[in-house]
Design a protein around this ligand. Structure first.
Ligand SMILES: NC(=O)c1ccc[n+]([C@@H]2O[C@H](COP(=O)([O-])OP(=O)(O)OC[C@H]3O[C@@H](n4cnc5c(N)ncnc54)[C@H](OP(=O)(O)O)[C@@H]3O)[C@@H](O)[C@H]2O)c1
Length: 410
């Protein structure tokens, strides 16, 4: 078989933040994709405002990745590609929220795939979950923090008491907001994404112009200050929910109590909760934008389009299963209340290179309780230290240990 026979040619429309990241990502994964699919993906041509010809790229591609954004000419290119039998992958929420039904109709009519995971919540796999995993659930409500710029600004306002303008300037300085952030801060970007999620979750055509939206420009620092005293956190939340026999899709600032799964989503992160009687509630969260992150979602869609539906590809790796991993631990000891006990415990830990991060000691009459958290260490070392500690004469009960996850997100 010649190289040409196994090459899967991808035409790339747009080489900006996401398109450029996709162009870099694809060659790094080409060998693995070839093992999975039998086809080696490669870029057959790139279209920007200054380079490339759409007709030539289309003629030599099996699949088109559209990362231009906006309505025209993206709409025309996507329609033409599908009418000529090509699969299309896009991250274009503007296009899907305004012309989705036309595009999905054409995809069905021509038996091609139109995939768009990157269009909502970046690399968080909400589209797949709604279209595939939850296809059997009757969904009652979807809530989403689907705009990272506004979530970052609100998080900063809450954290350091700054104004909306200062929060926006900080978001722009750190690259979390565009030079023209108007569609982010006025809620329109989130509304476009909620239109797409509502369409999938409720199986009903929903266009952007049917979504009511408000932004966060009016939020004052003291709104956040008073809310904190009441135990509330403020987010820009999109909601799509059944109301009687109808459907409400809207975006507005919303106070949340700390127990809500969206309350702890901070910074530029996105999250979507799906509620259904069958599943109670599912929350997905992660990076909602960014070139490499969104390009990862785009590549996932490309691979899905290359694999025949409903098949699980063969494995391509023989990774060894590792059992001795690194973990931090909480350690609870009940010991005789006498001098030198802490030193004995510390010595047993030090012998196995286990170092203590924090310790609390409490007297309990004749006994004392020593509670400590140790820094991440190989579990085998910690187990050896526990063995030595269990043999100490000063111990009154067997030691108890629980692993600690140290990472904090957001
Ligand atoms: N950026 C993100 O984090 C992110 C996240 C999720 C989804 N998305 C979506 O991904 C898509 C691309 O976003 P992006 O941030 O990568 O955009 P971008 O950085 O502005 O890049 C756009 C690219 O499209 C090209 N282009 C624009 N108009 C064109 C035209 N008329 N003909 C041919 N090429 C044209 C530009 O060409 P030049 O290079 O010549 O200017 C550029 O290469 C959008 O739909 C966006 O909503 C982006």
């Amino acid at each position: 078989m010649s190289a040409a026979d196994v090459t899967f040619r991808i035409g790339l429309l747009g080489r900006g933040t996401v398109g450029g990241a996709f162009e870099q990502l694809l060659p790094k994964h080409a060998s693995r994709v070839e093992l999975l699919t039998g086809l080696r993906p490669s870029i057959s041509g790139v279209l920007t405002r200054s380079t490339g010809s759409f007709d030539e790229i289309l003629a030599r591609s099996e699949l088109i990745v559209e990362l231009i954004g906006g309505i025209e000419p993206a709409r025309e290119y996507v329609l033409r590609a599908m009418r000529e039998g090509r699969h299309v992958v896009t991250a274009n929420k503007q296009l899907l929220s305004q012309h989705g039904e036309e595009l999905w109709d054409v995809a069905r009519a021509h038996g091609v795939q139109l995939r768009f995971e990157g269009a909502v919540a970046g690399v968080v796999p909400v589209i797949r979950v709604l279209q595939e995993s939850l296809a059997g659930a009757r969904i009652d409500r979807v809530h989403g923090i689907v705009n990272g710029t506004t979530n970052f600004i609100l998080s900063e306002m809450a954290r350091s008491g700054i104004t909306f303008d200062e929060g926006l300037a900080e978001a722009q300085r750190l690259g979390f907001a565009e030079a023209d952030p108007s569609e982010d801060v006025d809620g329109r970007d989130a509304a476009a994404k909620m239109a797409i999620l509502a369409r999938l979750a409720f199986d009903t055509p929903v266009r952007l112009d049917q979504v009511r939206y408000e932004g966060i420009e009016q939020i004052q620092p003291d709104d956040l200050e008073y809310a904190r005293e009441l135990g509330l956190g403020l987010k820009l939340v999109g909601t799509a929910e059944r109301v009687g026999e109808g459907l409400s899709v809207r975006v507005h600032p919303l106070f949340l109590y700390p127990g809500h799964p969206l309350a702890s989503v901070n910074g530029p992160f996105n999250a979507v909760t799906v509620e259904s009687p069958a599943i109670t509630e599912i929350t997905m969260s992660g990076p909602g934008a960014g070139g490499p992150q969104t390009a990862t979602a785009v590549l996932g869609d490309v691979i899905s389009a290359m694999i025949p539906p409903a098949s699980t590809p063969p494995t391509t790796q023989q990774l060894e299963l590792v059992h001795d991993v690194v973990s931090a631990f909480y350690l609870h000891l009940e010991v005789a209340d006498q001098p030198g006990v802490l030193a004995q415990v510390a010595q047993a830990l030090a012998l196995h290179h286990v170092s203590v991060k924090s310790v609390v000691q409490k007297g309990l009459g004749q006994q004392a309780r020593l509670v400590m958290v140790v820094h991440p260490v190989l579990e085998s070392r910690f187990a050896a230290a526990m063995g030595d500690i269990a043999d100490l004469e000063v111990l009154r009960r067997p030691p108890r240990a629980i692993r600690v996850l140290e990472e904090q997100f957001g």
